[in-house]
Design a binder for this molecule. Structure first.
Ligand code: OAD
Length: 224
């Protein structure tokens, strides 16, 4: 099916980057200083202690800057080259899909390399792995900068999200790679695709119904 499909959509989560050395959120190695992501990735946590929350993002930015795409990322980039209509929806805030060669990537949870000013709202790309002052301040207005990611309780970026819904609703196959499907609305893309008649295939060491195993091993076998 994958070989002949004209339209494929992929949804990835933290498991897609696990073999690149970036810990997942839920599961072993997912905690930072005993804190769960739900306690750090919220507007309230940032309002209480922006420096502490930035330390977590800085730690992750450093990991991501040093990480390399793995064979799973590269297999998805190959699939895009072969498929006439291809969309990669990722919940990941890293840039490993792009660094592996993927082009049509929708970051529904934002990017860790983007920062946004709480005062003037200006959004900028900040490629530096770490920022000199914590919290970093806006070069334009001196306001506090926050990571350009989506936190619990926040809306997803509107255009990116509607493009993701459209890609899920119009594909022949939805591949779901390395996500616990614990966080909505992203997890709801599976039902959207299924209701629209797509075949859904999950790749995850934990799956009961899909291909059980590591993305970096199974994807290159599926997409040689
Ligand atoms: P989770 O940490 O919830 O789930 C990671 C999934 O990857 C689990 O189901 C693992 O079984 C699976 N997994 C682990 N290693 C794998 C491997 N090598 N190959 C394939 N699968 C593997 O991560 P997400 O589902 O991405 O939100 O979490 C969703 C959201 O919750 C994240 O985007 C983040 C977090 O809070 C925001 O940043 C807003």
């Amino acid at each position: 099916m994958l070989g002949s499909a004209r339209s494929v959509t992929v949804l990835t989560g933290a498991g897609a980057s696990a073999e690149s050395g970036i810990p997942t959120f839920r599961g072993p190695g997912g905690l930072w200083k005993q804190f769960r992501p739900e306690e750090l990735a919220t507007p309230g946590a940032f309002a209480r202690d922006p420096k502490f929350v930035w330390e977590w993002y800085d730690y992750r930015r450093n990991l991501i800057a040093q990480a390399l795409p793995n064979p799973g990322h590269r297999a998805l980039a190959r699939l895009e080259e072969r498929c006439p209509r291809f969309t990669l929806i990722t919940q990941n805030v890293d840039d490993l899909h792009e660094r592996a060669g993927s082009k049509n990537v929708l970051h529904v949870h934002g990017s860790i390399w983007t920062v946004r000013c709480l005062a003037c709202n200006r959004e900028t790309n900040d490629p530096r792995p770490s920022i000199p002052t914590l919290p970093p301040l806006c070069l334009d207005c001196g306001g506090v900068l926050r990571p350009g990611v989506v936190w619990f309780g926040e809306r997803l970026p509107e255009h990116t999200w509607s493009a993701a819904v459209e890609a899920a609703a119009s594909c022949e196959i939805l591949l779901i790679v390395g996500t616990s499907l614990a966080v909505y609305p992203a997890a709801g893309l599976m039902d959207i695709a299924r209701s629209a008649g797509a075949a859904v295939l999950e790749i995850n060491p934990d799956t009961e119904t899909g291909l059980r195993g590591l993305a970096g091993q199974i994807l290159p076998e599926l997409i040689p």
